[in-house]
Write a protein that binds this ligand. Structure first.
Ligand SMILES: [Cu+2]
Length: 124
């Protein structure tokens, strides 16, 4: 009997650890707004991760993702889009727009400078 309890507790613990490290804590995707000037804007709050984690952009319309870093840690001071050749410093407590090339549809992952926190831009 004790063995079963230990096993169940261990399984629950493993589930929790997997969720903690690999789960998507912020799952909802946000679609960018298109302004009158025909530019897409979307805001991403940088605070212990990226909120929202996933933003959706329309293909072919110029787009800016506005990163707002509220987190003072050096971990999140840089944002890197490896596929787009973007590696930028995010000033703290400021709006920092990053222009995203929307000419091609695709999914572009981004991460902090140490590749610990992840987000995604979907162009479709
Ligand atoms: Cu980091």
């Amino acid at each position: 009997m004790t063995k079963i309890i230990v096993l169940l507790v261990a399984a629950a613990l493993i589930d929790f650890i997997v969720w903690w490290f690999f789960g998507n804590h912020y799952q909802q995707a946000v679609t960018a707004d298109v302004s009158e000037q025909n530019i897409q804007h979307v805001q991403v709050i940088v605070d212990g991760g990226y909120q929202p984690e996933t933003v959706v952009l329309k293909k072919g319309i110029p787009a800016q993702v506005h990163f707002q870093r509220q987190d003072p840690s050096s971990c999140l001071e840089k944002v890197v889009f490896p596929d787009l050749g973007i590696n930028e410093f995010l000033p703290e407590q400021q709006d920092h727009p990053i222009t995203i090339d929307t000419s091609k549809a695709g999914e572009y992952d981004y991460a902090c400078g140490m590749n610990m926190f992840h987000g995604k831009v979907i162009v479709k």
